[in-house]
Structure formats: structure tokens, C-alpha cells
Design a protein around this ligand. Structure first.
Ligand code: ZN
Length: 565
């Protein structure tokens, strides 16, 4: 097995990709047997796997060093050609769903690929290729802007991720200064952020209209491959969060304010949960990774095999450094059947989340690595986050390895932050609905929309003397809003589902783990609500389900004595 740095990168030339796929499509059309059609599908998928693998390797290597001119240029190449590959895939989908051997193909590949193919065809047409290329270019412009941040703070130039570590400082003036430095990056570039977003909103709306949609909302849902729920169901779900979670969040924040001994909790106090400081992981990054190995070795036979594979093949890049792209993610390199975890360790409990959350994603994709249909390797994004967020809970028994005497403090913080996240998460979602339903709104009007939504879901939010945030700009830090519209609600849906796993593992850990593994093994072979059935998880859109999931968690938080924290 090769290690990541030995993976070979070779640009997949569009003309040859196109020739191969077209040959298979022609053969598929004239095939007189299902066996031949299956061979053609496999042939097309092999070409796609190669393209996607090169795109992944390129993007990881670029993210590892955004100053690398070679991978920067290659990245631009993918921005330009991915929509053209999508066009070829759509041509394949069109013949696939039209096959006279449809029943036999469904027997071989499952029904869901036909759902996905039909969906994909609705949100693509050659007429929008140029727009898609422009969208890619704007998204790249946004990521470049974010990673260009080099803010002088505490004696050194820091990127946004590094600066965020100071948000949890025990020293109130440091927290405030860090937030102000952070805000200054956004206010210095406010016009650029506004401009990129405005162009993205208008461009996406234009594409939606070209394809015959009323607005981008429906297209956005289809692009995320949501085949079994819609914007109306999501609105009902946000209402559940407003009614059931917001009051709990208020109680948690009031308690936090008291714990911190403050008269009023301002925005820059929110990240500091405890007067004695947030629980910090102990040990060097190397020790943390070593403990991760111990944790996954003990958790189950499958996680041991998985983590050993990651470790032995260099499939991590965890440390933060200048010039490296911010954030953290897990991705997959199909031809190597390898997940990859990218992170920016900053000495906070976020580092442990990488080992639990991102490793949860990686574990799922590792479980699904052998699907012949590339569409089945990952499920839709809300299901993906169930794997990661539930892994954060399944690893609770090992948190002492990382937090030692602060283990209970960690549990308190982790559970309450998960609850506090829900109102923020649905705010990001409601904002995007309003934005795309009113694409002609001006940047200033968008800021007002954001601030009003914050007041609704986060009534405690107090921007004190920060006029920049007060006018409604906090959303600008949320990259998903720019890069993947309507994605963000997925984290909240998954959080509610992961709460159910937590509640169930408290009762019967073995059964909960079996169901979790079944969910991971199912990959993306089924739509969201069907995956929930496999996992024995209740549908969060059903009225009452949010309440049921969060109440038990809130009780658990309340049961922990925080008077010493
Ligand atoms: Zn995730």
C-alpha cells in the first residue's frame, strides 16, 4: 500500500476522459444485453473514479500548501473542467434511466442510483456550464480571501483558525481583542465578501431560472440530492428548534453567565464556558494521535482496522501552519480506497473533535469504500454528519485519555455546545432561504435579515460595542453560506439524530453500535429517511421528535454539577 505522499498525481485530460465516457455511452445505447450494459456502467465509473481521485489529491495538496503554484494551477483546471465532466455524467444518467433493461439494472445496482440520476438531470443543462464555471471561480475566490488572512495578534501573524483559539481565553480583554481582530479582517474586506456573495446569489438564481425553477431554493435542495424532504418540512423542523431548543439554550447561557460571574454575557464571552477555562486536551499532537489509536483499537475491531490503515498510510494532515488552508474535513481518494483527514490543530478541544468527528466521517467512507457505484460511497450530507457526530458520542468512554481530570467538564461543554449549536445552525439555514427567496435584496438588506434572524433564534446574543457585528455581518464567517448553499441545516438534523444515538447507547451500547455500523455500511445506497430506518433513528421532521431528542440531553447536562467548573 502506498502512503499519501506517494500517491501519483496525473492530470486527467478532459479530451481523453470525454472520449472514454462517450464510447461507453454509445456502447450502452446499442447493447443488446444487460451484462454488456453493466460492463459499460463499470467502465464509465472507472473513468470517473480516476478523475475524482486526481481532483481529490490535487485539492488536498493545494490545501496543504496554498502557495504551491503547481497545484494551484491544477485546482483551476478542475474548477474549469468539473462542470464539463458533470455534463458527461448527465449524458450517462440520461441513457441509464432510459435503459430497456431498467429492472435488471436496478436489481444489480439498487434503486437509489436512479433517484440520484433523475435528480441530477433536473439541476443540470449544458446551458448553465459557463455559469457553473463562474460559480466555481467565485467559490475559489472566496476560499482564497479567507486563507489570505494574516492578522497580527499576540506578537505573530495568525490565520483565522489560529485566531479563533483566543476566543476561549480566560482573560476577557484577550477574548474581546481577538474577536475584534477577527472582525477587522471581515470589515476590512467587507465589500469583497459582499461582492462575492452578491454575485453568487444572482448567478445561482440565474441558473435556477434557466432550468425552469422559480428560485434557487428548490434547485439548491436538488443539488444536495435531497430526494425525500423539502423546504416546507425544513421550515417545520426549524420551528421545532425555535419552540423546543431556544428556551433550553437560554437557560444554558444564563447559567454560563452566572458561572463566569458576569453581569451580562456578550458575544465574546460565549465561547468561554467556564471561569477556570474550557477543557483543553492534554499532551502534544503526537500523543493525542497515539491516544486516538488506543481509543479506536479498544472501541471495536472495525475501528481498530480503520485507524491503523489511516495511520500507516499517512492519511492525516493535522497541524496548523501558515499558508495551509483553514478548517478541517475528511475526503476520499477512490482509486486508493483511502479516506483523508485534513485539520488545523489549535490546542483546543477542536483537536479532539478532529479525532472523533472527522474520524467518524472517515470510518464511514472506509466502510463504504468497496461500493462499485461511486454515488454510494458517501450519502447525502445530513446523513454524513450523523456518522461524525455520533462518533463524538461513541468515543465518550475514552475522553479521559485526552482531558484527564477535566473529563466531566468536557462532557458538560460538549453536550451543552451541541444544544447551543442548534439555534445557530437553523439561523444559517433560515438566512439562506430568505436570501435566495429575495435575490434582489442589497448587501445591507441581507445584513438586516441576518440580524433579525439572530434575534429570533439567539435572543441572548449581545454584540456590546461591536457595531460591525451589530449591523448583521456575523454570517460572513460561515463559509458554507458562500460555498454550498443550504448545506448548513444538515449539521443540525444530524445533531438531533446523533442525540438519539447517544440516548440509545446509554441504554444499550452494543445494539446502538451495531445500528451505527449498519448505517456506515449502507453508505449512500439509500436516501436520508431510509438510512434513518436502517439506523433505528426517528425522523427529525416529525413533530415532537426534536423535543424528545433534546430533552434527555438537557437532563444529562443538568445532572452534572458545574459549581466547581
Ligand atoms: Zn462533519
Amino acid at each position: 500500500m502506498k502512503k499519501f505522499h506517494e500517491f501519483e498525481y496525473k492530470r486527467p485530460e478532459y479530451e481523453s476522459v470525454k472520449a472514454s465516457i462517450n464510447t461507453f455511452i454509445q456502447e450502452f445505447k446499442t447493447a443488446t444485453s444487460v451484462t454488456r450494459q453493466i460492463e459499460c456502467v463499470n467502465g464509465i465509473n472507472a473513468v470517473r473514479r480516476d478523475f475524482e481521485s486526481m481532483s481529490s489529491i490535487c485539492s488536498i495538496r493545494y490545501d496543504m500548501n496554498t502557495a504551491d503554484a503547481f497545484y494551484e494551477a491544477e485546482n483551476d483546471y478542475f474548477d474549469e473542467y468539473e462542470p464539463l465532466i458533470q455534463e458527461l455524467v448527465n449524458q450517462y444518467y440520461a441513457v441509464l434511466v432510459d435503459s430497456p433493461f431498467r429492472n435488471e439494472l436496478e436489481a444489480a445496482f439498487g434503486h437509489h442510483i436512479f433517484n440520484l440520476a433523475t435528480n441530477e438531470m433536473k439541476c443540470f443543462s449544458p446551458e448553465i456550464i459557463e455559469d457553473l464555471q463562474q460559480e466555481n471561480a467565485l467559490v475559489t475566490m472566496h476560499t482564497k480571501l479567507i486563507s489570505s488572512a494574516a492578522i497580527l495578534f499576540d506578537g505573530e501573524e495568525r490565520n483565522l483558525a489560529q485566531l479563533r483559539a483566543y476566543f476561549q481565553s480566560k482573560d476577557r480583554s484577550v477574548r474581546k481583542a481577538a474577536y475584534e481582530a477577527y472582525a477587522s479582517f471581515f470589515s476590512d474586506h467587507e465589500a469583497e465578501f459582499d461582492n462575492i456573495y452578491d454575485r453568487l446569489v444572482k448567478l445561482r438564481t440565474k441558473m435556477a431560472k434557466t432550468l425552469g425553477f422559480d428560485s434557487f431554493v428548490e434547485m439548491g435542495y436538488i443539488r444536495l440530492n435531497r430526494t425525500d424532504y423539502n423546504a416546507q418540512m425544513v421550515a417545520g423542523y426549524r420551528k421545532q428548534v425555535l419552540e423546543e431548543v431556544v428556551p433550553l439554550a437560554l437557560k444554558l447561557l444564563e447559567k454560563q453567565c452566572k458561572r463566569l460571574g458576569l453581569e451580562a454575557l456578550t458575544y465574546y464571552d460565549e465561547p468561554l464556558r467556564f471561569k477556570t477555562g474550557n477543557p483543553q486536551p492534554k499532551g502534544t499532537p503526537e500523543e493525542i494521535v497515539k491516544n486516538g489509536m488506543k481509543m479506536y483499537s479498544e472501541l471495536s475491531r472495525e475501528t481498530k482496522e480503520f485507524f491503523t490503515f489511516m495511520e500507516e498510510n499517512g492519511l492525516f494532515d493535522l497541524l496548523s501552519r501558515k499558508g495551509k488552508m483553514g478548517g478541517g474535513y475528511c475526503t476520499f481518494i477512490p482509486i486508493e480506497k483511502s479516506p483523508f483527514i485534513f485539520a488545523n490543530f489549535n490546542g483546543t478541544s477542536d483537536d479532539i473533535d478532529v479525532l472523533t468527528h472527522e474520524a467518524g466521517h472517515a470510518f464511514q467512507v472506509y466502510c463504504s469504500r468497496n461500493y462499485a457505484i461511486p454515488e454510494y460511497v458517501w450519502p447525502t450530507l445530513e446523513a454524513c454528519e450523523i456518522h461524525s457526530m455520533s462518533m463524538e458520542f461513541f468515543t465518550y468512554p475514552w475522553m479521559e485519555l485526552f482531558f484527564q481530570e477535566d473529563v466531566l467538564k468536557h462532557r458538560f461543554a460538549h453536550l451543552s455546545e451541541a444544544l447551543l449549536f442548534l439555534p445557530y445552525g437553523v439561523s444559517v439555514d433560515e438566512f439562506q432561504h430568505e436570501v435566495y427567496e429575495n435575490p434582489e435584496a442589497s448587501p445591507d438588506e441581507r445584513k438586516k435579515i441576518w440580524r433579525n434572524i439572530e434575534r429570533k433564534y439567539m435572543p441572548m446574543r449581545n454584540y456590546a460595542d461591536n457595531d460591525f457585528y451589530e449591523k448583521g455581518t456575523m454570517w460572513m464567517r460561515q463559509s458554507h453560506i458562500f460555498e454550498t448553499p443550504f448545506y448548513y441545516i444538515d449539521y443540525t438534523l444530524a445533531q438531533v439524530c446523533a442525540f438519539q444515538f447517544y440516548n440509545r447507547m446509554e441504554q444499550n451500547r452494543e445494539k446502538a453500535w451495531e445500528d451505527y455500523k449498519n448505517l456506515c455500511n449502507a453508505g449512500g445506497s439509500k436516501p436520508f429517511l431510509d438510512l434513518l430506518k436502517i439506523a433505528g433513528i426517528k425522523n427529525p421532521f416529525e413533530s415532537g421528535s426534536v423535543k424528545e431528542s433534546v430533552l434527555e440531553i438537557f437532563k444529562q447536562v443538568e445532572a452534572i454539577d458545574d459549581s466547581d467548573f
